[in-house]
Design a protein around this ligand. Structure first.
Ligand SMILES: [Mg+2]
Length: 424
């Protein structure tokens, strides 16, 4: 039985999440801004139709947006991550195997039914995701990941396809492949596409049919594999379980440049707290950590500095990590610098299952257990009542450097007070 690969992808994902939780936004142009309300990073179909360009700085677009009555939202990653998880678990139930490729994209593998037709399956899945989550998706089908990617593009680009396209079972696949420019083929970088163009290979069909030896001489087995994928041979397996993380990073730009040691210390403390939460969620501990800060690269006299510390024992205990990180702050701080960004990196991560002890650092099992329970309780309270319900004093109370998010919408799936009230 033939195996098909599907690429399932949320359309305008961030904007769609905002629309899904606020019915008043449905049918209206919506844009989502990057961190610190910097640039436009997502547009609803309606905003796209107005010709609003991706990546435009907000301050430049502001007047235009107001004139067109566009709804502007700050990015709300807690909401998008939660919606993504819901979408992926729904997709998982509808595919035999699923690889989560990004926040809004997944590859699925499934057997082709006897009738050969997967369109009814795709239509059902699309309706289900729309009904349950209010999210529009596009589904591309092919014999390999490479084909599924192209099919997904055609599903979205061609209005008649209504969000679904099967490249293995369409009338004239060559003609469709010719509509896809070489630069838009998955896995073809800028250099390789330029090289292809010089050889007269300008679209996906020509790439598929060009002599393999020539492609191999330029891009080795990677290019060859891609070509085989376009020919319908599945060379790239699905990555079903991503390996454990090697590092975990938390970094943010400040809402305005900061220049005091105290503010930098608060910022680093806040990022350590967040990174420790992430470690506990990943069931990992860090054996080392680094902190860094820098000024804006766009102003003269660029400054950037980092410092690292090894831990005696790998840990995900916020207090232990704060104790290791905070003394480093003075080492990266320099007076009279307008700092624009800082970050924390948790390194040499290892699984919670490996419990190491240290001859020189005696720590009783009972004490360790108590600390773990405390951290779990803090995480549970913050999960339930919102981030910051229980906070470390080192993070500061009246912070002004926090990321700017002036247009934040409700996060009904992750914050209790945002759950909508229904009057009946
Ligand atoms: Mg998408």
């Amino acid at each position: 039985m033939a195996i098909a690969t599907a690429l399932i992808d949320g359309n305008n994902f961030y904007a769609s999440c905002e629309q899904s939780l606020d019915p008043a936004l449905i049918g209206r142009p919506v844009v989502v801004l990057s961190n610190n309300d910097g640039c436009i990073v997502a547009r609803s179909a309606e905003a796209r139709a107005l010709g609003i360009a991706m990546g435009t700085p907000y301050f430049k677009a502001r007047k235009d947006l107001q004139r067109n009555n566009v709804v502007v939202r700050s990015s709300n990653y807690a909401l998008y991550a939660d919606m993504s998880q819901r979408m992926m678990s729904l997709l998982e139930a509808h595919c035999e195997e699923l690889e989560i490729y990004s926040i809004d994209e997944a590859f699925g593998r499934l057997s082709r039914p006897r009738s050969d037709e997967l369109l009814p399956w795709a239509r059902r899945l699309r309706t289900r995701v729309r009904q349950d989550l209010g999210l529009p998706i596009a589904i591309g089908l092919g014999a390999s990941k490479g084909q599924a990617k192209l099919a997904n593009r055609l599903a979205k680009q061609v209005v008649n396809h209504a969000g679904i396209f099967d490249l293995s079972r369409c009338d004239n696949p060559d003609q469709w492949l010719e509509t896809i420019a070489i630069e838009d083929v998955w896995g073809i970088g800028r250099k390789l596409s330029r090289w292809c163009r010089l050889r007269g290979v300008t679209n996906a069909r020509q790439l598929r049919d060009m002599p393999s030896g020539e492609l191999r001489s330029r891009s080795g087995v990677v290019g060859l594999r891609l070509q085989q994928e376009l020919r319908g041979y599945a060379c790239l397996p699905l990555e079903l379980a991503p390996g454990p993380k090697q590092e975990t990073c938390v970094s943010r730009s400040f809402s305005h440049p900061i220049s005091s040691l105290e503010e930098l210390r608060e910022a680093i403390a806040s990022y350590v707290v967040r990174a420790a939460e992430k470690l506990r969620k990943q069931q990992q501990r860090a054996a080392a950590l680094s902190i860094y800060t820098r000024t804006s690269p766009f102003v003269p006299a660029f400054y950037s500095q980092a410092a690292s510390q090894k831990l005696d024992l790998p840990s995900n205990d916020t207090a232990v990590l704060l104790r290791a990180a905070l003394p480093l702050v003075e080492r990266i701080f320099q007076p009279h610098r307008q700092l624009a960004k800082a970050g924390v990196l948790m390194q040499h991560l290892q699984s919670n299952d490996i419990l190491q002890t240290h001859l020189m650092v005696p720590i009783s099992e009972e004490h360790q257990h108590k600390r773990e329970c405390l951290m779990q309780t803090v995480d549970r309270l913050n999960n339930r009542y919102g981030r910051g319900t229980i906070q470390w004093a080192a993070c500061g109370i009246h912070t002004t450097w926090m990321m700017r998010r002036e247009q934040l919408g409700p996060a009904a799936t992750t914050r209790f007070k945002d759950v909508p009230t229904v009057h009946a």
